[in-house]
Design a protein around this ligand. Structure first.
Ligand SMILES: O=c1ccn([C@@H]2O[C@H](COP(=O)(O)OP(=O)(O)O[C@H]3OC[C@@H](O)[C@H](O)[C@H]3O)[C@@H](O)[C@H]2O)c(=O)[nH]1
Length: 334
């Protein structure tokens, strides 16, 4: 079976491509390396079943022959990028997704889209089940992503009704793990990079906003189960262990300090809450448990330990060989 993964050089893309190759699938990756990295796919290059195509899904897509399944992950996911490139993100969510759906119709492929907990906006109810319709500001600084992903969901069901496209919709809640960019902008890598570099950790707000963080391997296992299930309505994929961000900052500071042999943890600096930053978030994962038999397995302590180990190892490699990070990649097979 040939599987296409858009955004396969991204953080979650990396873990998903690895899982699919280990399963014996032929994997084609589409990525323009906007927020992904060549490093995230370079070690797949000797795999005969792997093909990398450098392309932008907003443009006319290259011919890749027949594919049976498409995981559509391509889109920046860090709130820092939402403020930098809102128009490009909207184009990716609409035109990019439309191009992928057209390819799905042409090939008769099933398409899974990476939707998001951001479709619930700043939720007024907790936990958030798939029935909750959300509280999204349609013109705020995060709206390109929130509304972009909402229109991607709408487009998925429009293609299903009009063209019979088989769609799967995963609403992914906060994920973290190895292969995120150190300066990605999201909380976990930001906290790790500040602690590693001895800078104060920045927490927006008073530290009481909550999130539930899932480890990358759990997340891609959930995507894989959803793709191969019969359930064609949106499903939350996330951890339901809710924690204040201030506590997560403290945990990261402690883990990094222990591993680097520092006696003291770094300080935490509090800055004003960012506009429209959700104050609480916790998925109801009852549906995923029921229809996919899925729930996250890796606890936050264990996941943070593995993630910090990975970032520290990357730092040693980078300082040892001074090799380029995220450099240009040649189109075609890696
Ligand atoms: O350096 C930082 C970064 C983030 N934060 C805070 O930590 C919380 C989590 O922030 P993140 O940037 O990791 O992620 P957010 O929850 O804001 O958005 C994410 O939600 C789920 C996704 O689908 C997306 O990846 C992204 O939109 C927010 O309250 C944010 O303000 C900090 O306090 N300091």
């Amino acid at each position: 079976m040939t599987v296409l993964v858009t955004g396969g050089a991204g953080f979650l893309g990396h873990h998903l491509v690895k899982l699919l190759l280990e399963e014996g699938k032929e994997v084609v990756v589409f990525d323009n390396l906007w927020t992904g990295s060549a490093k995230n796919v370079r070690h797949f290059e000797q795999h005969l079943g792997f093909t990398f195509v450098h392309c932008d899904i907003r443009e006319r897509l290259p011919d890749v022959g027949h594919v049976e399944q498409i995981y559509h992950l391509a889109c920046p996911a860090s709130p820092d990028r939402f403020e930098e490139s809102p128009v490009e993100i909207l184009e990716t969510c609409f035109q990019g997704t439309k191009n992928i759906f057209d390819l799905g119709v042409k090939c008769g492929a099933r398409v899974l889209i990476a939707s998001t907990s951001e479709t619930y906006g700043d939720p007024l109810t907790s936990p958030q089940s798939e029935q909750y319709r959300g509280n999204v500001n349609c013109f705020g600084p995060r709206s390109c992503y929130d509304e972009g992903k909402r229109i991607a969901e709408s487009l998925a069901y429009a293609y299903h009704h009009k063209h019979g496209l088989q769609v799967r919709v995963a609403r992914i809640f906060n994920a973290y793990g190895p292969h995120m960019q150190l300066h990605d902008g999201r909380a976990v890598p930001n906290f790790i990079s500040s602690a590693m570099e001895g800078h104060s950790i920045v927490v927006y707000g008073d530290g009481n906003s909550t999130r539930c963080f899932q480890y990358a391997l759990d997340c891609v296992e959930g995507l894989h189960r959803l793709m191969n299930s019969d359930h064609d309505l949106p499903v939350n994929i996330g951890s339901d262990v809710e924690m204040p961000i201030g506590l997560i900052a403290d945990m990261v500071a402690r883990v990094v300090a222990e591993k680097m042999g520092h006696a003291d943890c770094v300080d935490v600096t509090f800055l004003p809450q960012r506009e429209d930053d959700p104050t609480q978030r916790q998925p109801d994962i009852g549906l995923a448990k029921r229809v996919l038999g899925w729930a996250p397995k890796i606890e936050l302590e264990e996941g943070l330990d593995r993630t910090v180990n990975w970032f520290l190892a990357e730092k040693v490699v980078a300082s040892g060989s001074r090799r380029a990070v995220g450099g240009a990649i040649t189109p075609g097979r890696l």
